[in-house]
Write a protein that binds this ligand. Structure first.
Ligand SMILES: [Zn+2]
Length: 430
């Protein structure tokens, strides 16, 4: 399963999804044809099914839906999901139907909560098993899917895992259309076992409705990032509710301008080549990562520009403008004490730097800019990067004088967004 378990959506919570129907806007235009690759995680079967005959039947129904709509899928194998060696025949059925199999590890460990060496060993164990299984059938193990879409919560993990994937010839097939399809499975199976056709019908409608909204919402956000319709990677799971709903889902995709494509075609789009270094505890889709990258970059640029403007104000002697970027109740710490409030800070500066000779020429060298951002939970129960809520800046300030040696020191600034610009909340200068 991929979604972030702490935020798993219950069927009851889906009542909230309706609110997004209007926010998501009109359906996508049917005049463009958007390539979409269908990816299916947690093969051979994700869900509460013990009986091999039942697992075979679900596999056959999933493959029949793919075949009916001419979908070339990539199925990601989670080896712990095989109940016995015999279940490799379920995997063989995916290959025989013309689909590709990718690596989704053995134990489905979260990279966020697992030491990176242990996580890589598990991924490599799975790669070796998959390669041994597909090679005699003339195939290669090329694609990788991160369990829970967790790609690393530290730069060290991110780098180590990327180096491992490169070295072992695997490519991350990122998800761009993340959803909670797996969350419907338990209730679906329960209703089916109870013979409750009305309940199954209701769950099926909610499954399709939730996926339509998740797809529209994320396509719109991705398109807004690149200002063009982007090819997409849809995440589904190999389960019984999917076996019943994929035909209708695929029909809807066809009637809303999508064309089922291979992973190679979709990944060839430049949007998938854009580098990023987004580290996160949670499993974000690719558009969320690239969006966050832009927001962080924008915050860095804005704060850098603000400090340049501030130095300009100092150097023309406009101390009121220099202090205007402090919030009303800003906290200012120096070796000589604590100053509170913008007005008091301004008075302190005017007293210490009364004229051009005292002010000299200020320059600021930025040492680091660290944006602070949190996590938001969507109506679908998925974690998504929150807005940039603050920026922490470390810098060296220097005041040059014509008649004497320069004064220099360090400063740590905490800024927050206020009415479309940035303001200093705390300033520790030394
Ligand atoms: Zn998974």
């Amino acid at each position: 399963m991929h979604a972030n378990a702490p935020f798993a959506l219950t069927l009851l919570a889906l009542a909230g999804v309706g609110r997004l129907a209007t926010a998501a806007g009109p359906p996508p235009t049917t005049t463009t044809t958007r390539p979409i690759v269908i990816t299916v995680d947690d093969l051979p079967i994700a869900g509460p099914h013990d009986d091999l005959a039942e697992r075979k039947e679900i596999t056959e129904r999933l493959l029949a839906a793919l075949k009916k709509h001419h979908v070339p899928a990539v199925g990601f194998v989670t080896w712990k999901n095989l109940r016995s060696e015999k279940e490799t025949e379920l995997l063989a059925a995916w290959l025989a139907a013309g689909h590709e199999l990718g690596n989704h590890t053995v134990r489905h460990l979260s990279l966020t909560t697992t030491p990176v060496e242990e996580w890589i060993a598990d991924a490599e164990d799975a790669r070796a098993r998959l390669a041994a299984f597909v090679a005699p059938r003339g195939r290669k193990a090329r694609f990788f899917r991160f369990p829970f879409l967790n790609e690393g919560d530290t730069l060290e993990k991110l780098d180590a895992v990327r180096a491992y994937l490169d070295k072992s010839g695997q490519r991350n097939l990122p998800v761009t259309l993340d959803d909670q399809d797996w969350s419907f499975e338990a209730d679906w199976v329960k209703a089916r076992k109870a013979g409750d056709a009305a309940e199954m019908s209701r769950i099926g409608e909610e499954y399709r409705s939730a996926l339509r909204l998740a797809i529209r919402d994320q396509e719109a956000r991705g398109d807004a990032l690149f200002k063009r319709p982007l090819p997409q990677v849809l995440l589904l799971h190999a389960n019984e509710v999917g076996a019943a709903q994929w035909d209708a889902l695929f029909t809807w995709l066809e009637t809303t301008g999508h064309r089922f494509a291979t992973a190679d075609e979709v990944l060839a789009d430049p949007a998938f080549a854009e580098p990023h270094q987004i580290v996160a505890r949670y499993g974000y889709g690719l558009w969320d990562r690239l969006d966050l990258k832009r927001r962080i970059s924008k915050a860095r640029d804005e704060v850098t520009a603000l400090l340049t403007t501030q130095a300009g104000a100092w150097n023309r002697g406009d101390m009121a403008a220099f202090c205007s970027v402090y919030v009303d109740d800003a906290l200012f710490l120096t070796p000589s004490g604590v100053t509170r409030g913008r007005q008091t800070i301004l008075e302190r500066y005017l007293k210490r730097y009364p004229d051009a000779a005292a002010r000299g020429t200020l320059s600021v060298e930025i040492l680091s800019v660290t944006p602070v951002h949190g996590v938001e939970i969507t109506a679908f129960g998925d974690a998504r990067p929150g807005r940039v809520q603050g920026v922490s800046v470390a810098a060296r300030w220097t005041i040059a004088y014509t008649e004497k040696p320069p004064a220099t020191g360090l400063t740590l600034l905490n800024l927050r967004p206020e009415a479309g610009s940035w303001q200093i909340v705390e300033d520790a200068s030394m």
